[in-house]
Ligand binder design. Structure first.
Ligand code: SAM
Length: 255
């Protein structure tokens, strides 16, 4: 899915830290597009997302994979994706398979799924949906073994904290209102306190340049640079993106 803030480039580093933790269970606290959990080979995954639309999508991918695949195949074969109104209509039935498919379409045809850049006949969005269809068997095979939750992070920690658990945290940005559910100062503060109290291990990744987060969480254990893939030659070279890694696991020296 075209999900804002998806953490594709960080996945190998997240996995290395998870493997080093020797924990059994991987809890994706702020699961979003699911891209992090989908790119692991871990069986014991908890995908959590407070946005009920996303959690509903993953629940249906787990419980009715063949139905979602069938609807997606029929849509792709028809040569056009649902338009803005049709997507809104599908999403207006919370909890249903229609809503799950609507959510998948919403984040296929527009970046961020906010509905402002719909272009359903555009070749690239149809190609994107076709690519998703091609990956659906392996996506649903993974999701099958997941636990899917739709909880606020505070409740999630209460339910899953144990000496065997690894929590991966990719919280919303402090300076961008990209999601239906964004973060307040109190949310960061609660997360900070939870991080000092849990029995399990954790890793939180955030933008190094987020001063607000820095003020709350202090110096990270590690920073990592990632090539900026959004290069646009007309505006000059964009510098690498730098991410801060906060963790209670012993990791390598700061880069
Ligand atoms: C930066 S995004 C996560 C992106 C995800 N790691 C990915 O790669 O697609 C942060 C997510 O946190 C969710 N969120 C916001 N407030 C939350 C809360 N109180 N509890 C759990 N999730 C929350 C948002 O809906 C959003 O999807």
């Amino acid at each position: 899915m075209k999900y804002p803030g998806a953490k594709t480039v960080l996945i190998p580093d997240i996995m290395q830290i998870f493997l080093g933790s020797r924990k059994r269970s991987f809890v994706d606290v702020f699961g979003g597009s699911g891209i992090v959990s989908l790119n692991t080979t871990i069986k014991d995954v908890v995908y959590n997302e407070i946005d009920p639309e996303l959690s509903n999508l993953f629940r249906h991918l787990k419980e009715h994979p063949e139905r979602i695949i069938k609807i997606l195949r029929e849509t792709v074969n028809s040569g056009s994706l649902p338009d803005n109104n049709q997507i809104r209509n599908l999403c207006s039935k919370p909890g249903t398979i229609d809503a799950a498919f609507g959510t998948l379409m919403r984040f296929t045809v527009s970046f961020g799924g906010m509905g402002d850049t719909y272009n359903t006949r555009e070749k690239s969005t149809l190609g994107y949906a076709r690519k998703t269809l091609g990956q659906m068997e392996s996506i649903t095979a993974k999701v099958k073994s997941w636990k899917i939750e739709n909880m606020d992070f505070r409740e999630l920690f209460k339910k899953y904290d144990s000496p065997y658990t690894f929590f991966y945290m990719d919280p919303p940005y402090s300076d961008r209102r990209w999601y239906n559910y964004n973060f307040t100062g109190q949310d960061y503060e609660d997360l900070r306190v939870i991080m000092t109290q849990i029995e399990g291990k954790y890793l939180m990744t955030v933008d190094r340049d987020d001063d607000y987060v820095y003020e709350i969480f202090g110096k990270p254990q590690l920073t990592m640079e990632y090539e900026n893939k959004n290069q646009d030659t007309s505006v000059g070279f964009l510098p690498p993106r730098v991410k801060s890694f906060y963790t209670n696991i012993k990791v390598g020296t700061q880069s």
